[in-house]
Write a new protein. Structure first.
Lengths: 311, 311
């Protein structure tokens, strides 16, 4: 059943509405387990659109296997999705830095508070993000160190390639995941692909993981495809490669590929002069799990990440 | 006056963005004034430019006290100002949420890190800042309740109000918060506007800083004593929300003394021209903040009133 959980009137003949599709085929819902799949907090991260679709499609194809509640929130920032804008188009603010929101605050803070209220009581929340528009990522779960102990058993079931503990700002304060975890709702951030696009093989991999988790939780009784165990990493095992010069970055290696020390990852070039300004090489052996696709770079921009310490 | 470069951003196709500090006097790092971290803080840049003009004259007349040094950074984020954007760079980062930064991360982190390295050891830190909501304020000093705040010192600016704000998780990335963490007595000054120049409140801002510097024994300068500030806690402001969206017709301005039950604003139907909603004052008080844009969404804050205060 599709319900509007929050709505506010916009100036001219339109509402900003946050909708949730509740999938449940039982009469008495009080004692049922509940999983939420949340996406579209950043409007330029569209991998979650496919994941939401595929979860809903598989459940609709076999409703007899669903013994709990699955709530799907495809777009927490619907105007952003419409405009391919990471931020909230009206204010330019990042919705994922506004949680837990406030019922007394401005309109978007009230929306954030309404989302939080709707998610309270969920047994597991999966917050799906793409990478940004600059780099591509393999499917991974990101956990903050604070909640890693509780979330790791769930994360291992997600069929991702990597679990990155104490990762980036996506799991830090004022985010949906951090706020929900603080309020006792187990929440993990899944990140994959790249902004403004959909990688269906990655999406299917994560959807298999979602059904695997639901199966373990007793919410899904259907068969689940075989899943893999992820590599587990803390920040210390991740080698960041950043640009030390401005220019145009040309990737010279494959994403999701094992690289050795000294192997060329990319080049930063000067289009005006036709010169290579920097050759960027791997500093350590490992899996090239992040690779920049967006060409224009400044000093400090992320070019690649290598997951070390795995064989 | 001495000018030094704090940080330089190199770009492939734009000229360098140079962050410059203008220092006056020599000796103890007494006071530092920082201008726009955001591209919409035009009024803030104007105030800082006028401060530099005034301090240059004071220095020429030997009015900077011996052993005291003042620094003004009139603009940080000139790249965004020049293209009319609020936030920094292609990934649209709010520099005033990126503190304390670091020397090895993304460029926004490097910029604020370099800034903190330069300004972190001043005794007093003054930022001309902007609020996340668009609108006009009564000129005031804003402080975070970090345990280090000192409202008595804030009174010495002689502005009409001092507002103490309890920091939310999102505020821990601001300059004010991190300045305080570095043992600088930090103050954020708000004049009326951002995008537009408001000469009257800009002059008030310049006068407030010079008054403070004089009272702290940093400059020799004769100035009016200003106001005995009214200290208030942000949670004590009465927020007035809209019930409808549409065209906003404000009937009260910052500083107005309003009465319970009197109309504050009207929301006009943008297609039929009729009044959709008349917003009524929920209390007697002074208008502290007023929404000024032509359009308004349902649920937004249109006014903040200082409850039961009269002129």
């Amino acid at each position: 059943m599709i319900e509007t959980i929050a709505s506010l009137e916009l100036p001219v003949g339109e509402h900003l509405a946050i909708r949730r599709n509740r999938l449940c085929y039982k009469e008495d819902t009080k004692s049922l387990g509940r999983v939420a799949v949340v996406s579209g907090t950043h409007g330029d991260e569209l991998e979650g659109q496919y994941i939401c679709y595929e979860v809903a499609r598989r459940i609709a194809a076999h409703p007899e296997y669903l013994t709990g509640i699955v709530d799907i929130y495809p777009a927490l920032n619907p105007l952003g999705v419409d405009l391919a804008s990471k931020a909230l188009p009206i204010t330019g603010m990042d919705l994922n830095r506004m949680f837990p929101g406030s019922r007394e605050g401005n309109a978007m803070e009230q929306i954030a508070a309404a989302v939080m209220e709707d998610l309270i009581g969920t047994d597991l929340c999966i917050d799906v993000h793409s990478s940004d528009i600059f780099v591509q990522e393999i499917p991974q779960v990101r956990l903050s160190g604070e909640f890693a102990g509780r979330m790791l058993p769930f994360a291992k079931l997600m069929n991702v390639d990597v679990i990155w503990m104490n990762a980036t700002a996506t799991v830090h304060e004022a985010t949906l995941a951090h706020s929900l975890n603080t309020m006792g709702v187990p929440t993990m951030v899944v990140e994959l692909g790249q902004g403004n696009s959909i990688n269906m093989p990655y999406g299917n991999q994560v959807v298999d993981g979602i059904f695997n988790v639901m199966h373990e939780m007793g919410i899904w009784t259907g068969e689940v495809p075989p899943t893999q165990l992820p590599a587990i990493s803390s920040d210390g095992k991740v080698e960041f490669i950043r640009s030390d010069v401005e220019g145009i970055f040309l990737p010279r290696n494959k994403h999701n590929h094992f690289v050795c020390v000294g192997e060329l990852i990319g080049e930063i070039v000067d289009p005006m002069a036709g010169q290579v300004k920097r050759q960027v090489a791997a500093g350590k052996d490992g899996l090239l799990f992040t690779l920049r696709n967006y060409p224009v770079v400044y000093e400090g921009d992320l070019l690649a990440r290598i997951l070390t310490g795995i064989v | 006056m001495h000018i030094h470069e704090i940080y330089t951003v190199h770009s492939t196709y734009r000229e360098d963005m140079k962050i410059r500090g203008y220092t006056f006097g020599q000796g103890e790092k007494s006071a530092c004034i920082v201008g726009p971290l955001r591209g919409n803080e035009i009024q803030q840049m104007y105030v800082c430019s006028q401060l530099i003009r005034a301090l240059k004259e004071l220095e020429a007349n030997s009015c900077i006290c011996t052993g005291k040094q003042i620094q003004v950074i009139p603009v940080v984020n000139s790249y965004s100002i020049n293209v009319g954007r609020r936030f920094y760079g292609v990934d649209n980062v709010d520099l005033n949420r990126a503190f304390p930064g670091n020397s090895y991360g993304e460029q926004d982190r490097r910029i604020v890190h370099a800034l903190m390295e330069d300004i972190g050891s001043y005794v007093y830190g003054i930022q001309f800042a902007s609020f996340y909501m668009d609108g006009e304020f009564m000129p005031h000093v804003r402080m975070m309740e970090t345990g280090y705040q000192n409202t008595s010192l804030a009174n010495l600016f002689g502005l009409p109000y001092v507002v103490v704000h309890k920091p939310a998780p999102i505020d821990t990335g601001t300059l004010n918060y991190n300045w305080q963490a570095a043992n600088t007595a930090a103050f954020s000054l708000f004049t009326r506007t951002n995008w537009e120049i408001d000469e009257r409140s800009a002059s008030q801002g310049v006068a407030a800083v010079l008054r403070f510097l004089k009272r702290m024994g940093i400059i020799r300068y004769d100035s009016h004593s200003g106001y005995i500030s009214h200290v208030l806690y942000e949670q004590d402001l009465s927020d007035v929300h809209t019930g409808r969206a549409g065209i906003f017709r404000g009937l009260a301005r910052p500083g107005d003394d309003v009465r319970y039950g009197r109309p504050l604003a009207e929301i006009i139907d943008p297609q039929e021209g009729v009044v959709r909603e008349t917003i009524i004052a929920p209390t007697d008080g002074i208008v502290f903040f007023a929404h000024t844009k032509a359009l308004i969404n349902q649920g937004d804050i249109v006014y903040r009133l200082v409850h039961r205060l009269h002129e």
